[in-house]
Design a protein. Structure first.
Length: 128
C-alpha cells in the first residue's frame, strides 16, 4: 500500500466521522438554544418567586408570633384551671376516704343490730 492510499483512506474515514457527527453537533446547538430560552424564563420568574417566598415567610413568622402571644396569655388561665382541677381531685379523694370508712362501719353495725334483733325474735318465739 502506498502512502497516497493510506492518506485517501484516512481522509475518507475523517469525512465519514465529520458527516456522522454533524447531526450530533446540530442537536447540541438546538439543546443549547432551548436551555438558553428556559434560563431566561427562569431568570424572569425568579424575582417574583422569591418575593412570594418572602411574603409567605413573613406571614408564617407573624402567625407564629400571634400564636405564641395567645399561648402566653392562656398559660396562666390554664395553670389556674389545672390547679383548680387538682384541688378538686384532692377534695374528692378526701371525701371518698371520709365517706368510705363510716359507711363500712355503719354497715357492720347494722348487720350486728339486725343479727341481734333476729336472735331476740328467735329467742322470744322459742320461749312461748
Amino acid at each position: 500500500m502506498s502512502l497516497e492510499t493510506v492518506v485517501l483512506i484516512l481522509s475518507v474515514a475523517l469525512l465519514l466521522i465529520v458527516l456522522f457527527s454533524l447531526p450530533v453537533v446540530l442537536q447540541i446547538g438546538k439543546a443549547a438554544k432551548e436551555i438558553s430560552t428556559t434560563l431566561q424564563a427562569v431568570n424572569q420568574s425568579l424575582p417574583i418567586i422569591l418575593k412570594n417566598l418572602e411574603d409567605i415567610t413573613a406571614n408564617i413568622n407573624n402567625s407564629s408570633q400571634i400564636i405564641n402571644h395567645h399561648i402566653e396569655e392562656l398559660s396562666p388561665f390554664l395553670e389556674r384551671i389545672r390547679n383548680t382541677l387538682a384541688g378538686a381531685q384532692d377534695m374528692e379523694n378526701l371525701l371518698r376516704e371520709g365517706i368510705r370508712l363510716p359507711i363500712f362501719q355503719t354497715i357492720g353495725t347494722l348487720r350486728a343490730a339486725v343479727k341481734g334483733v333476729m336472735t331476740f325474735i328467735e329467742t322470744l318465739r322459742c320461749a312461748r
